[in-house]
Write a protein that binds this ligand. Structure first.
Ligand SMILES: Cc1ncc(COP(=O)(O)O)c(C=O)c1O
Length: 466
């Protein structure tokens, strides 16, 4: 028996109670305030400066959890959480997380747990087919889209053929390298480029059209200008489902430009990619055959607890060329085709495929599809109700499950003030949580539907406050 846990008796008792506690939470999550209203420092002040020396029973910890921690929780698993992109800690996903912790696998190499590697390969093939993505894509799970986009940009940089892996980027004759994305791309693209040494000046945020989609003519013009100045286009990111409005960049046109300019084409479908489990939404993928890499986040809209982000690429060799580095102590003699540690930065890897597998298998694709359809229909209904009101205007076309609107005002400042006040009132109520954005300098309230427990009555709270 372990020195830490001499018997499993306490674990069993606490574990059974914990599952009941979690089930009660999920049944009653709507009774909590969505957005925590504690003051900064309030939670930290409840804890002593040092941990105790003797250890404490689980019951005491649960009492502390309820009284000291829960008040500072913003309930991301609440059906009226509409801020940022709402997510779901589904029951199947929660059970999988428990199993993952129990096994505590580290899937760095195939042999460090063959089931880990092989289930990842299998589930990513299932996901690819369920979303209607093309054949011939290699998939890998990492924690977040931010990391996956970083890996894709690193591969894009290596694919230029300058042996940046071998020679680095400084003290040598390299042209300025350029990464392009729309002004509405997620900040993770720019951050990834910064971390890779492209520099802020190496990232061009391309203007969008009146529907917040990247303008291919503006991309063309930026490339022409950059080439004339001696810079070299390296990669372009098309966002299918932007963060502010879920707008969709024109992938076929961007793909043509990428091909002509020999740029790596990265597709960020972190949010909207999951929606294509519904065949009528697969128009999203028009032009996707040309993508070198694609990001989809099951932890956003595929009911898998955070964290689980998928990177697909048709050029896994480029990822390996960029990242594979095998020290003696990790060399293997088996014939495994995939050692996932070769395709990114991290060595240790959680068994995230287990939760994706449990979510897909337990709910089945039909149910996942129908929940996503419901979310989109709630967004359509919300948008239609809002447009009936004289004092409200939509700031962007409703897209997938995202609606952005504002209060009208006599001028921009009055509109922003009234909209911000409305948002504050909604969030202060604790009954729902929405976030904001700015579109062409106009302040908008943003509602993103995506939690597996959300019903129309939750979305209708927005209308009550409006
Ligand atoms: C379009 C898009 N891409 C990437 C991200 C980053 O996701 P992650 O938190 O997985 O890094 C987000 C986050 O909301 C997003 O909206």
């Amino acid at each position: 028996m372990s020195k830490l846990d001499p018997s499993s008796r306490e674990f069993r008792e606490a574990g059974h109670k914990l599952i009941d506690r979690i089930a009660d939470y999920l049944d009653n999550v709507d009774r909590y305030r969505v957005l925590s209203n504690v003051r900064p420092g309030e939670i930290a002040s409840k804890f002593p400066p040092l941990p105790n020396n003797e250890g404490r029973p689980y019951d005491a910890l649960m009492t502390d959890f309820e009284s000291k921690i829960v008040p500072g929780v913003t309930h991301w698993n609440h059906p009226a959480f509409f801020a940022y992109f709402s997510i779901t800690g589904s029951q199947a996903g929660i059970l999988a997380e428990l199993l993952m912790a129990a096994l505590n696998l580290n899937g760095m190499l195939w042999k460090t747990s063959p089931a880990h590697t092989e289930l990842e390969t299998v589930t990513l093939e299932w996901l690819r087919k369920s979303l209607g993505l093309p054949d011939g894509l290699f998939g890998i799970i990492n924690d977040t889209a931010s990391i996956n986009s970083f890996l894709a940009l690193a591969a894009a940089r290596e694919a230029l053929g300058f042996d940046i892996r071998g020679k680095g980027m400084t003290g040598r004759d390299l042209p300025p390298l350029k990464v392009y994305c729309s002004e509405h791309a997620h900040s993770s693209i720019e951050k990834g480029a910064l971390a890779l040494g492209f520099g802020a000046s190496g990232v061009e945020l391309i203007e969008s059209d009146d529907k917040f989609r990247m303008r291919p003519d503006a991309l063309d013009a930026a490339i022409e200008r950059d080439r004339a100045a001696g810079a070299l286009p390296c990669a372009v990111t098309a966002t299918l489902g932007t963060t502010s409005t879920a707008s969709v960049d024109p992938l076929p046109e961007i793909a043509d430009i990428a091909k002509r300019e020999k740029m790596w084409l990265h597709v960020d479908a972190a949010y909207a990619g999951s929606a294509t489990v519904e065949p009528s939404l697969r128009w999203l993928w028009k032009g996707i055959e040309s993508a070198d890499s694609i990001v989809v986040n099951p932890h956003k809209w595929f009911f898998t607890p955070i964290d689980c982000s998928v990177l697909y690429t048709r050029k896994p060799d480029m990822l390996r060329q960029t990242f594979s580095l095998v020290p003696e102590y990790l060399k293997t003699t088996d014939s495994a085709e995939v050692n996932y540690m070769d395709y990114g930065i991290q060595l240790g890897r959680r068994f995230r495929a287990l939760k994706l597998w449990m979510v897909m298998e337990h709910y089945g694709i039909d149910k996942i599809r129908s929940v996503i359809r419901d979310h989109v229909s709630y967004a359509e209904r919300l948008a239609s109700e809002l447009t009936k009101r004289k004092d409200i205007e939509l700031l962007a076309p409703q897209s997938f499950s995202v609606v952005v609107f504002r209060k009208k005002g006599i001028d921009e400042a009055a509109s922003e003030k009234a909209s911000a006040e409305l948002l504050e009132r909604m969030n202060a109520s604790g009954r729902l949580f929405v976030s904001h954005t700015k579109l062409k300098n106009k302040y908008g309230i943003r509602v993103a539907i995506g939690n597996g427990a959300t019903e129309w009555e939750h979305v209708a709270r927005v209308l009550e406050f409006v």
